[in-house]
Design a protein around this ligand. Structure first.
Ligand SMILES: [Zn+2]
Length: 766
């Protein structure tokens, strides 16, 4: 950063303090803010630029980019940093790097330079945006050996562009030359890159550079085809991951050498773990290196909902640390299903995506395609969220999440257990557990399987949603957690495979789960396992013990009455002896001392109705097993894939049973309780001396079908929250409605009421 820019930053920090004081915040907060502002200049730009914006420039924009208008927009939205298209596929400045394609209507204009200067003059940080994974035909003709090719030598193409190979000079010479040119000429604060990681997992490149390098590493040729069971293919996967990390490191060396130690290269990353797998981006390793994560995760899908944004924030912060920033590109245009680049995304839809992301610790980054729009409604969407964000930014960063439930994941599980069916095998079980937690308002944190030992102290319970592939080391971490008295909930095929997805003879956690594989052939029968995961069968779970003689309903007279109290996990199901299931279960050997709470009822006909009776009403195939460990912890094992079923079929029975198991296994050690109707995504944090609670109202007619048309208020909600050590009870301050309400203390809990929430509320205590 040049001295002028640094002065402007300083000026901004002072202005921010004055404004906050002017808003009538308690003087303590203003003082704290002032103290922070005084410290701020010592933080590098990537740690203090909280609100971002991007006008993604099209090739005809050099003709029509109204910089003065956009500067007003930056100001109006309190934007502190901008992402400006610089180079890569298309250059927006007169580049001297050979074959660096100039934007169609650049015509000698230095658009990037003008924008960069304008941003710097306004005190904004600049990320020069690159897009470096393909090139025009002219480039291909000049250097055909720099491009990815198939086995027959044919280049891989995307529309009329040619895809460059990550192992060629394009990445080692051409892109570094561009980075150096931009860094030296324009001094952007850093670089980001839209699609830096090259060809995805779906395609194998057989260019000379790839062949040579792979042979040097592996001692044999690149695999001719995908085969997850082939060690050469697995090696190829790992090699590809390593290569992306090399590119990450190389680009950072180049930009820091040319632009100074803070001139970072940050790439871009996805909010979807399987997206990262498809692109060979090792999230854990990237976060170990990164100073900031630029998150390209623009909109919800119907399957994952707004809540996925809060989840993504927490998952990535879990790897990156909570002291760093994760700006997220948030589409102001109709993105997703379907995409209309030039039409406004309905405001409530864009807004809830932003707010749920902010609740999960993400920073907002508005994103438009093109510099001119006939649908001007999109210009208004970000403003109110950004203004609110600026007014309350001290509560939205540098905070630690509070949760007693850790949900375990790993990228290697998505790769080697999920393979080509990660959606059914990994994502649906994960999503089902997430949704059960959110419905039940149970705060959770995604926990990487390699971080169990590191982070275990804060959790009462680990949930492993069908985490099939676990290494011996990861299994040992889970064991240590349970040996210390921690609770465990596992579903489906958890721990039945090693880190490569190779079957184990029995669950690696069998003794903890209280169940053993009877037929080891099950795990190797990949086709059958996939079919079971994908199909919905007409099957049920029978809850035990049954209470037939005690119920109000027709009696068959043929079955002996079984008396017995239902386990607390089955609370709420008193009026049924069965639950709809949909999956298929095989036999397991259950340890003495473990309790089977549900058994499998095999499939029988649905049609015609005359045939719809249970052929085998009762089996001893376990669907739900509970046990208590010698250390006093509780273990709930759910061989039945109700997590996957819940994500797919949305039956409330499945979500309720999952939540009930989680509460039981956590011994009700949940720091938050929210009562009142609605789908509310809850996130709890602490800062020194205070607690911060986000409640995002996802209740909507369009909760499962985008876009949302209108916001529907919920309330009143009765909230009970356990204050962490160091936080004293105080009135609850509402950062959205501006109200303050009294709180009531009871046995370490703090209770208060939230009258109504339209989109979100953020409550501060302490
Ligand atoms: Zn190649």
């Amino acid at each position: 950063m040049n001295p002028t820019t640094r002065r402007t930053f300083l000026k901004q920090a002072v202005t921010a303090t004055t404004t906050l004081a002017g808003l009538g915040l308690p003087s303590r907060a203003a003082e704290r803010q002032a103290a922070k502002a005084a410290l701020a200049p010592r933080l590098p730009w990537y740690r203090r630029t909280l609100r971002w914006g991007q006008t993604n420039i099209t090739e005809i924009d050099p003709d029509r980019y109204d910089i003065a208008w956009w500067r007003k927009h930056w100001k109006r939205t309190q934007t502190q940093g901008v992402i400006i298209n610089a180079g890569g596929i298309v250059a927006y400045y007169p580049s001297r790097v050979p074959l660096h394609h100039q934007a169609q209507r650049l015509g000698g204009r230095d658009l990037f330079g003008e924008l960069c200067r304008a941003a710097h003059d306004d005190g904004l940080a600049v990320f020069a945006r690159m897009d470096s994974n393909r090139a025009h035909e002219e480039f291909y003709q000049a250097h055909p050996d720099w491009f990815a090719i198939d086995m027959t030598g044919k280049p891989h193409r995307a529309a009329d562009l040619f895809i460059t190979c990550v192992n060629g000079p394009y990445y080692e010479e051409h892109i570094p030359a561009i980075l150096r040119e931009i860094a030296e000429r324009y001094h952007p604060e850093g670089f980001t890159d839209n699609s830096w990681s090259g060809l995805g997992r779906g395609t194998i490149c057989y260019c000379e550079n790839c062949r040579k390098r792979f042979r040097e590493r592996a001692g044999h040729d690149i695999p001719r085809e995908k085969n997850w069971n082939d060690p050469a293919y697995r090696e190829w996967i790992r090699w590809n991951y390593d290569r992306r990390l090399e590119i990450w490191d190389l680009n950072n060396r180049v930009t820091r050498a040319a632009g100074g130690p803070d001139c970072i290269w940050a790439g871009m990353n996805s909010g979807s773990v399987s997206g990262q797998c498809q692109s060979f981006r090792d999230y854990k390793e990237i976060c170990r290196r990164a100073d900031i994560i630029m998150l390209d995760h623009q909109a919800r899908t119907d399957a994952t909902g707004f809540q996925h944004n809060g989840e993504a924030g927490k998952l990535i912060h879990g790897l990156l640390g909570w002291d760093k920033l994760i700006p997220e590109s948030m589409a102001m245009y109709q993105a997703g299903g379907p995409t209309f680049r030039l039409a406004s995304k309905p405001e409530p839809e864009a807004r809830l995506w932003m707010l749920d992301g902010i609740a999960g610790g993400l920073q907002p980054w508005w994103h438009y395609i093109g510099a001119y729009h006939e649908d001007r409604r999109m210009y208004r969407t970000a403003e109110s969220v950004y203004r609110w964000h600026k007014d309350h930014e001290e509560f939205l960063i540098n905070r630690q999440p509070i949760a007693s439930v850790g949900v375990v994941w790993s990228q290697q599980n998505t790769d080697f257990f999920g393979r080509d069916d990660a959606e059914a095998l990994v994502e649906l079980p994960w999503r089902g557990v997430m949704q059960a937690l959110i419905r039940a308002r149970i705060p959770y944190l995604p926990l990487h399987a390699d971080h169990i030992d590191r982070d275990a102290g804060q959790f009462s319970l680990l949930v492993l949603p069908n985490v099939g592939a676990l290494s011996d080391g990861q299994v040992a971490s889970v064991r240590r957690f349970v040996e210390r008295g921690g609770g465990l909930m596992a579903t489906g095929e958890t721990s039945l495979f090693n880190e490569w997805g190779d079957p184990r003879p029995d669950f690696a956690l069998a003794d903890l789960l209280g169940a053993h594989v009877v037929d080891a052939r099950h795990a190797s029968d990949e086709a059958r396992r996939k079919k079971n995961a994908s199909d919905t069968a007409h099957t049920y779970l029978r809850l035990s013990p049954e209470k037939r003689a005690q119920v109000d309903g027709p009696q068959t007279g043929t079955e002996p009455a079984i008396k017995g109290e239902r386990h607390q996990v089955l609370r709420g199901f008193e009026e049924t002896d069965i639950l709809p299931f949909g999956g298929v279960l095989g036999p397991l050997r259950v340890d003495a001392g473990a309790q089977v709470l549900a058994t499998f009822v095999p499939s029988f006909p649905i049609y015609p109705p005359e045939t719809a009776w249970m052929r085998e009403p009762k089996t001893d195939v376990p669907g739900l097993i509970l046990k208590t460990t010698t250390a006093g912890g509780r273990v709930a094992f759910l061989p039945a894939d109700l997590d996957r079923r819940f994500a797919r079929n949305n039956l409330p029975d499945h979500g309720n049973l999952l939540a009930s198991m989680i509460r039981w296994a956590a011994k009700d050690d949940i720091p938050l309780a929210v009562e009142g109707a609605g789908l509310i995504d809850c996130h709890v944090y602490r800062q020194p001396g205070r607690l911060i609670l986000h409640l995002v109202n996802l209740t909507s007619a369009a909760a499962w079908r985008q876009p949302i048309h209108e916001l529907i208020p919920v309330g009143p909600l009765q909230v009970r929250v356990r204050l962490p050590p160091g936080v004293r009870r105080s009135r609850a301050r509402f950062l959205v409605s501006g109200k303050e309400v009294p709180t009531f203390a009871k046995a370490g809990w703090n209770r208060f009421e939230v009258k109504s929430i339209l989109d979100h509320e953020v409550i501060v205590i302490g």
